[in-house]
Design a protein around this ligand. Structure first.
Ligand SMILES: *Cc1c(COP(=O)(O)O)cnc(C)c1O
Length: 436
C-alpha cells in the first residue's frame, strides 16, 4: 500500500479531506457526508487466527488509516474502544440455520457503543491539545445520546450536550440520557426528535454561537461511527463461514442506516456476506424507495422501535453515492417494513417458540425473517442483528413475554444513578441559553 486513503464529500468528489479532518468535522463543509474515495484493498488471509474485535478492526482499518495523523494510534484506539463481546449465537430451537449477532453487550446495551467509543478514542487523540473544549451536540431518539455520553464522560477536552424529546424515549433510555452530569448536559426538549435535530442544525450554522463554541457532531453522519462497526460483521461472517462453510445473510434493524452501511462496506471489502436485508419500522422511506425508485423523505412517526423512527435516513446519501443507479442499489439490498402490532406479536411468538427475547428493534428483523419463504430460510445461514438489549425496553417487552427480564450489570449500574436534566423549549434561543 503506497497511497493514503482520501475522504470525499458525497456532494463534491473534488473536496477531499484526510481521515482526521473527516472525523473532526463530522459533516463535510458542503453539507455532504464523507466517504473514502475508494475502499482500500483488504487481504482476507490476514484475519486468519484473529477473533478479538480490536485485532480484527485494526487489520480491517489499516488501509483506512494509512498515512493519516492517526495511523500509529489505530492499535490504541481499537484496543480502548472495541474490547467488547459481540457473539454470534445460534438459535438452537430453530430447525433452520438461524443465528443472532448480539450487539448489546457494551456499557449502554445497544450497538451504538461501538461507534461512539471508537469516535471518542479517535477524537481524544486529535483534540486533547486544543485550547477551547469541543462541544458535541447530539440529538437523540433514544440510544445514541446514552452511548455518546458514556463514551465521552469525564474526558476534560469535551462537553456533550444531549437533546431528547420529552415523553418519546423509554424510561430506561431516559435514565441513560440523564444519569451523567459533569461534562454531560442533558436537555429534555418540549417537542419531537425532529425538533431536536433542527435545533442542533441551527446551532451549527449560527454565527454567534459558533464564535463562542467549537461544535462537533457524534451522529452517524460521522464516518468515525461507521468504520468500527465493520469489525463485528467481519467477526460474525468469518464465524458463520467457519461453522457452516457458507456466507451469512444479515437482517439489520435500520433507521439512519449507519449499521447497515457498515455491513455493505464489509461485503465490498470481500468478507463472506451474502444477502443484506433492512428491517424498518413503520417509517418506510427506504422500502418505498427501493420499490418505486423515487426518493421521498418524510417526517418521522413514533413507533415502539423508537431508535429507528427516522423519516429521512442520513446515510442514504452515502449508499446512493456508492450505487447511484437504483437497480445497482436493489442488487445490494432489500428492505421491508414492520408495524407495531407485528413487533409485539413477534416478541411474544419467538419467546414462546425459541425462548429468545428481542427488543422492539430486533423484533423487526425477526419478523422480516419470518416473512421469508420457507425455502429461503432453510437454504441460507441467516443472522438477525440484535441492536439493543430487551431490558432497555422492559415496559414494552415484559408484558409480552409475561416475565421480568434480567438487567445486565452495566445497565443496572446506570439505572441506579441520580438524573440531571434541564427542560428546554424547542427553539434555538433556549438551546443557546442552555449552552451559556
Ligand atoms: C440506532 C438504532 C437502530 C438503527 O440503527 P441505524 O444505524 O440508525 O440504522 C436500531 N436499533 C437500535 C436499538 C438503535 O439504537
Amino acid at each position: 500500500m503506497t497511497v493514503s486513503t482520501r475522504y470525499i464529500s458525497t456532494r463534491n468528489a473534488a473536496a477531499s479531506a484526510t481521515l482526521s479532518e473527516a472525523l473532526a468535522r463530522g459533516l463535510a463543509p458542503d453539507g455532504g457526508l464523507y466517504v473514502p474515495e475508494r475502499l482500500p484493498a483488504l487481504d482476507l488471509a490476514a484475519f486468519s487466527g484473529l477473533t478479538r474485535l480490536p485485532d480484527l478492526a485494526r487489520q480491517a482499518l489499516q488501509g483506512f488509516f494509512y498515512a493519516d495523523r492517526l495511523q500509529y494510534e489505530l492499535a490504541g484506539i481499537t484496543e480502548a474502544a472495541l474490547d467488547m463481546a459481540a457473539p454470534t449465537t445460534a438459535v438452537e430451537a430453530c430447525a433452520d440455520p438461524l443465528s443472532v449477532l448480539e450487539l448489546y453487550h457494551g456499557p449502554t446495551a445497544a450497538f451504538k457503543d461501538f461507534g461512539a467509543r471508537f469516535l471518542a478514542e479517535s477524537l481524544q487523540r486529535l483534540e486533547s491539545a486544543q485550547p477551547l473544549p469541543l462541544t458535541i451536540l447530539v440529538a437523540t431518539s433514544g440510544d445514541t445520546g446514552g452511548a455518546v455520553a458514556a463514551a465521552f464522560y469525564r474526558r476534560p477536552w469535551v462537553r456533550v450536550v444531549i437533546l431528547y424529546p420529552k415523553g418519546l424515549v423509554s424510561p430506561r433510555q431516559e435514565q441513560q440520557l440523564t444519569c451523567w452530569g459533569e461534562n454531560v448536559r442533558s436537555l429534555r426538549v418540549e417537542g419531537s426528535f425532529d425538533d431536536c435535530q433542527r435545533m442542533v442544525k441551527e446551532a451549527f450554522v449560527d454565527p454567534q454561537l459558533r464564535r463562542r463554541h467549537r461544535f462537533s457532531s457524534a451522529n452517524s453522519i460521522n464516518i468515525g461511527r461507521l468504520l468500527p462497526q465493520m469489525a463485528y460483521y467481519i467477526a460474525s461472517s468469518l464465524e458463520i463461514r467457519r461453522r457452516t462453510g457458507r456466507s451469512g445473510s444479515y437482517i439489520i434493524p435500520a433507521g439512519n442506516l449507519g449499521n447497515a452501511f457498515a455491513a455493505v462496506w464489509a461485503r465490498e471489502l470481500g468478507l463472506p456476506i451474502d444477502r443484506i436485508v433492512l428491517a424498518h419500522n413503520s417509517n418506510c422511506t427506504v422500502p418505498d424507495y427501493l420499490q418505486s425508485g423515487e426518493w421521498r423523505p418524510r417526517a418521522s412517526i413514533a413507533t415502539l422501535a423508537s431508535a429507528m423512527d427516522v423519516g429521512n435516513p442520513s446515510n442514504m446519501e452515502r449508499l446512493r453515492s456508492m450505487y447511484p443507479a437504483i437497480d445497482s442499489l436493489r442488487a445490494q439490498l432489500s428492505a421491508d417494513s414492520v408495524d407495531d402490532a407485528a413487533i409485539c406479536a413477534r416478541i411474544s411468538a419467538d419467546y414462546r417458540e425459541f425462548g429468545r427475547t428481542w427488543c422492539p428493534h430486533t423484533a423487526t428483523a425477526a419478523e422480516v425473517y419470518r416473512r421469508l419463504p420457507a425455502e429461503a430460510r432453510q437454504e441460507r445461514p441467516w443472522v438477525l442483528v440484535a441492536t439493543a438489549h430487551p431490558a432497555k425496553f422492559n415496559e414494552i417487552v415484559e408484558p409480552l413475554i409475561g416475565r421480568p427480564i434480567a438487567v445486565p450489570g452495566d445497565l443496572a449500574k446506570l439505572l441506579s444513578l441520580p438524573q440531571h436534566r434541564t427542560d428546554v423549549a424547542p427553539s434555538l434561543a433556549s438551546l443557546a441559553a442552555a449552552l451559556a
